[in-house]
Ligand binder design. Structure first.
Ligand code: 2P0
Length: 341
């Protein structure tokens, strides 16, 4: 089964006549229980479920129209992107699965409000917004589940960026991945806050895709990971239902550290933390010993994401003056204006 087969199955009987232009937005997301490892690399099918929080106003806007030229015209944050750049190649390769005719090209204008340099991944929100834009451009009217499956084909974590709030990606078991999609939890938590601590904006040496492939192939602890994720997911859902920040923070921090332990035990080892990362972690632990209810999570990079509630926000800002804070469930007025493109 290839991505093209999956797309053909989902779009069977749907139209291929584009309207003039379509616009869409999708939020970025941060996993509280992580996705690390695939059972199918072509379809981005994960080994385990994962559970994330969407970042409200931080995400990707996509404007999509039929192109006028012989090749896709791709823009990012107002600038035309060369066709040979990795961004344009990845976008065009994804769009290849959706062209109604081989000579059909797209005009794609993406604008990120998630600052790429802030250590929040923009590929998840980008592919999710692109799927929403395709759905609107061709009038497919696809259910959220099918949109999540299509976004997953672009990037696994994009499956979780179709919805707001807490979102669980169900790993599924079917070889074609038709049961591997993400759906939102009903819970809300207006006081919850996520903070980005940017410690290094340089590109990471080994990307997630290659990193997780290596961990599955070489890390001898990887076989323990699915059971750990199952336990963490159960604890996280209980914490969310109870709006218990200490329980949520404890499980998210522990899950992130367990993932980084897997990475470190991969051959050759993957160590994403820098000295600045470790300094920040020790500062968080010291503040917590002093009574500040503050936890962290980390992804495949050196930056740290802080987890806390509104009650701790002023103290967290005092401890980390450069932190960028998002209120995932708050009204737009309570969130900072997104950084501009
Ligand atoms: C996550 N990460 O759950 C985990 C934690 C990074 C560390 O999802 O190959 O860019 O496109 O499926 O989605 C990053 O992996 O990888 C990721 P692909 P993706 O957020």
């Amino acid at each position: 089964m290839t991505p093209r087969d999956v797309v053909a199955r989902i779009l069977a009987g749907r139209g291929s006549t584009p309207r003039a232009v379509a616009n869409a937005y999708a939020p970025a997301n941060i996993a509280l229980v992580k996705y690390w490892g695939k059972r199918d690399e072509a379809l981005n099918l994960p080994v385990t479920n994962s559970l994330s929080i969407s970042l409200g106003p931080l995400g990707s806007h996509v404007e999509l129209a039929r192109g006028a030229g012989a090749a896709d015209a791709i823009w990012l944050n107002g600038e035309p992107i060369p066709a040979e750049s990795s961004f344009a190649r990845r976008a065009s390769a994804f769009l290849d699965w959706f062209r109604p005719a081989p000579d059909f090209t797209f005009d794609l204008r993406a604008r990120n409000t998630v600052p790429t340099a802030a250590g929040f991944a923009s590929s998840a929100s980008g592919f999710a917004a692109l799927v929403k834009a395709l759905n609107a451009l061709f009038g497919w009217d696809l259910p959220p589940r099918e949109q999540s499956i299509l976004a997953r084909l672009g990037s696994g974590s994009a499956a979780r960026s179709l919805a707001d709030g807490f979102v669980e990606w169900h790993a599924g078991a079917a070889p074609d991945g038709m049961d591997s999609f993400a759906a939102p939890l009903e819970a809300t938590w207006p006081e919850l806050r996520v903070g980005a601590l940017v410690l290094c904006a340089a590109e990471k040496p080994v990307g997630s895709r290659e990193g997780m492939r290596r961990s599955v192939a070489t890390c001898e602890f990887y076989r323990e990971w699915p059971a750990r994720v199952a336990r963490d997911l159960a604890e996280l859902k209980t914490a969310i239902a109870a709006r218990d920040i200490a329980a949520l923070g404890t499980v998210a921090e522990g899950n992130a550290l367990a993932m980084h332990a897997l990475m470190a035990a991969t051959r050759p080892p993957l160590v994403y933390a820098l000295p600045e990362t470790m300094t920040a972690l020790h500062a968080i632990w010291a503040a917590r010993r002093d009574g500040l209810p503050l936890w962290f999570t980390m992804d495949a990079g050196p930056n740290v994401k802080l987890i806390f509630t509104r009650a701790a926000e002023s103290q967290v800002r005092a401890l980390f003056p450069a932190v960028q804070v998002v209120a995932p469930f708050a009204s737009p007025a309570e969130n900072p204006p997104p950084a501009h493109s």
